[in-house]
Design a protein around this ligand. Sequence first.
Ligand SMILES: *[C@@H]1O[C@H](CO)[C@@H](O)[C@H](O)[C@H]1NC(C)=O
Ligand SMILES: *[C@@H]1O[C@H](CO)[C@@H](O)[C@H](O)[C@H]1NC(C)=O
Ligand SMILES: *[C@@H]1O[C@H](CO)[C@@H](O)[C@H](O)[C@H]1NC(C)=O
Length: 511
Amino acid sequence: MSLRILLLVGVLAATGCSGADILMITMGGTKSHKIPFLELAKGLVPRGHNITFLNGFPADFTLHGLQEVTPSGLVEYIRNYTNWDLLGARMRGDMPLSVWDVFRFPWQVCDATLEDKETLDLLGRKFDLLILDGAFPECALGLVYRLGVPFMYINTVGFYTGMMALAGNPTPYSTTPIFYRPLTDDMSFLERLSNSFFTMFVDALYVPTMLCLQHMVRRHLGPDVPSIWSLGRNVSFILQNGQASVTYPRALLPNVAEIACIHCKPAVPLPKDLEDFIAGAGESGFIYVSMGSSVKAANMPDHLRKLLVQTFARLPYRVLWKYEASPALLTDLPANVKIGRWLPQQDILGHRKLRAFVTHGGLLSMFETVYHGVPVVTMPVFCDHDSNAAKAVTDGYALKLELETLTTEKLIRAIHKVIHDPKYRREAKRRQVLLKDQRSTPLETAIYWTEYVIRHNGAYHLQSPARNMNFLQYYCLDLVLFFLGVVYLIRSLTRLYLNPRIVQLGKEKLH
Ligand SMILES: *[C@@H]1O[C@H](CO)[C@@H](O)[C@H](O)[C@H]1NC(C)=O
Ligand SMILES: *[C@@H]1O[C@H](CO)[C@@H](O)[C@H](O)[C@H]1NC(C)=O
Ligand SMILES: *[C@@H]1O[C@H](CO)[C@@H](O)[C@H](O)[C@H]1NC(C)=O
């Protein structure tokens, strides 16, 4: 043990605050879901906490105090499920994921995870806190119940409000755009109609898929596991992957804190090969192209790849392109283009000579682009990309293109526009200043609330009773119904009483 760790342990012992054992779980189907968890873990480990992290993507690095558990059933299920060509589907105008695929993922991934001995071994250990992904947490709620400890969420897909709503946060259709549509929080009548329809569609699909999932959970963990809904309502705290200046200003309960950009970092100098490549462009600079980790650029249809290559060849800039294939396979690459299987995205975004970012518009990429103040051309593919794009366009630092109707001309024009119209960079910089103007960093906020929940063994005193109310109760519609009933009753009685015939009969009897 190094002296520093010894000192740390000494300090912790002296303050009476001991390290906690924390289990983090994400069953998100894409690797980006890991990022906020790993950032929080890196912040918690030096404070003496012990982190175990269950996910479907084998670890890329080791950190003393952090143990990643990647059950082979989960890893293999996700690998099978995500061997997709999302770009091709989007270009054909198809739904990138069919309704069946959306329906089957939550319970099939749950089955694959709970079947695995590595997962069940965790039930033999003791934890102080569980931190689950707000996207697909339901399966892990079974583990929460078995371990009998408090839990929190990191709501990785910031625009997905399902778990926030279950915890009692107000999410009215009027101002809460559904995460998979190109809508903002400022909607016309027709947009609100569409938003309500698509939200109800998701809610309707959610019920049967959760019933299947609940069946899986009870099969693996015992028939006494309560309903997924009642377990989900008992969340102690939610770390929300959003921030009013980059997502939307929302009404949040006191057990929610916003931590967008928890992973954002100032740029450091690039490796020499990349720096040399960029320097070769002189003062004209370069653009950066990445479709993120989930889209799998190497699976894209050849006509799209050719379209991109032809576009890049005609640009007066150098182009750094994240593309998961060996350069030897791409014989038609123009001299101004360099590809990389993995590129240090934030160091590139923070580079002085970067002119624009061409992206699929994943949420973390959008946060990074604002953090580094870079204008973007976005081409949404699936999941929340459309709502991320809608927000960035509204904020004025992005131009959005439709993959279905994409042409070389359109892409060239869009890239030139975000570079030469100063509005785009100015708005990116303005959002950057707003994002950074916070009382504490997102990581400090996340650490504070995580330790708060540990200190108090849950944060049940922050829970709102709204979480236990149904729609009728929450809006007092049951009272309205009751009131209407009383009015109706009184009216019927008075009618009966004032009916002339009855009154007449009554008079006759008196005589
Ligand atoms: C930390 O977790 C490991 C498993 O990764 C476990 O063996 C160890 O006992 C834990 N340490 C503490 C101090 O809780
Ligand atoms: C993944 O796909 C292979 C080949 O189709 C299949 O044999 C395997 O059972 C699948 N694994 C899971 C976990 O679904
Ligand atoms: C919430 O979780 C805590 C800790 O596991 C448990 O003691 C409590 O009974 C749960 N409450 C409900 C309503 O499920």
